[in-house]
Design a protein around this ligand. Structure first.
Ligand code: FPP
Length: 263
């Protein structure tokens, strides 16, 4: 995507336009991963039940997906439900599952229209059957798409992912002498995808919360105080502008040539 094409989508004179003009479209992060946080606080600030924060968070998901696809981001991964989130009250978990199902049903056409390929990362087998059905349908219907890869991390844990990869590696009979970082990565949920260049977290918390632990080894982290339901395209652009100002060295002295946003 070019700046000109992106500007057709944003209002002239808006903060989005100003920010988009600061983005170098040749050095976009290939993979952006987002820890969506602050739904509960957003709701509490309005004296609403927590689930209303999740409901409002869906609009932010829609905006983040569309903005990323229009920018030309290769992979977007959103952290929707962790393996630890089962500890939340049963009614909150069930609302989250209902919202997810509804999102997939309502947005499938948009994903198809925008050539977006959808994938679940995590342990979907432990999710309710009706949710699994919706997820499988969305994955199957979008599997032929060649545009942005959109991952939703569901019943996801970074340590669980590494354990699952190790188990599958052993089950596949890979000899110990052949196990290296590249081979192990082939068994992660994100096999075949580039690692995130940019990790965004909303609501000001400075934690990685067991998210993509292996894959974020060299990611740039950008934290915004914005609560997830208020997160929009302009915040994504702010994160990308901040990312493009970073000096990525991968443990070396000079930034490797073409390292930032390398395709
Ligand atoms: C964190 O806020 C947010 C979540 C645990 C869930 C995120 C889910 C959605 C935005 C809706 C469903 C997702 C998709 C992809 C359709 P929190 O509840 O931990 O907030 P708090 O820290 O303020 O309490």
């Amino acid at each position: 995507m070019s700046l000109e094409q992106f500007l057709e989508w944003v209002s002239p004179g808006s903060p989005e336009e100003t920010l988009a003009r600061q983005v170098d479209f040749d050095r976009l992060p290939t993979h952006v991963a987002i820890i969506m946080d602050g739904n509960g606080r957003w709701a509490a600030n309005r004296r609403l039940p927590r689930v209303e924060g999740h409901r409002a968070g869906i609009d932010a998901v829609r905006d983040a997906v569309e903005a990323s696809a229009r920018l030309g981001i290769g992979v977007l991964t959103l952290y929707a439900f962790s393996v630890e989130n089962w500890k939340r009250p049963r009614s909150e978990v069930s609302t989250l599952m209902t919202l997810l199902k509804r999102y997939l049903r309502l947005e499938l056409d948009t994903l198809l229209r925008n050539d977006i390929r959808f994938k679940v990362i995590g342990r979907p087998d432990e999710l309710p059957p009706d949710v699994r059905e919706e997820l499988t349908r969305a994955e199957a219907r979008t599997s032929g798409n060649a545009g942005m890869q959109f991952n939703i991390a569901l019943n996801y844990g970074g340590r669980a992912e590494i354990v699952d990869a190790a188990r599958r590696l052993i089950e596949a009979g890979v000899p110990a002498a052949e196990v290296d970082e590249k081979r192990l990565a082939d068994f992660l949920y994100t096999a075949g995808q580039p690692d995130p260049d940019l990790l965004i977290r909303t609501s000001g918390e400075m934690r990685v919360s067991n998210f993509l632990l292996w894959q974020i080894a060299y990611a740039e982290i950008w934290v915004t105080d914005t609560l997830w339901p208020d997160f929009r395209c302009r915040h994504l652009l702010e994160g990308i502008v901040a990312y493009q100002k970073r000096d990525r060295r991968y443990g070396g002295i000079e930034p490797p040539r073409q390292a930032i946003g390398a395709k």
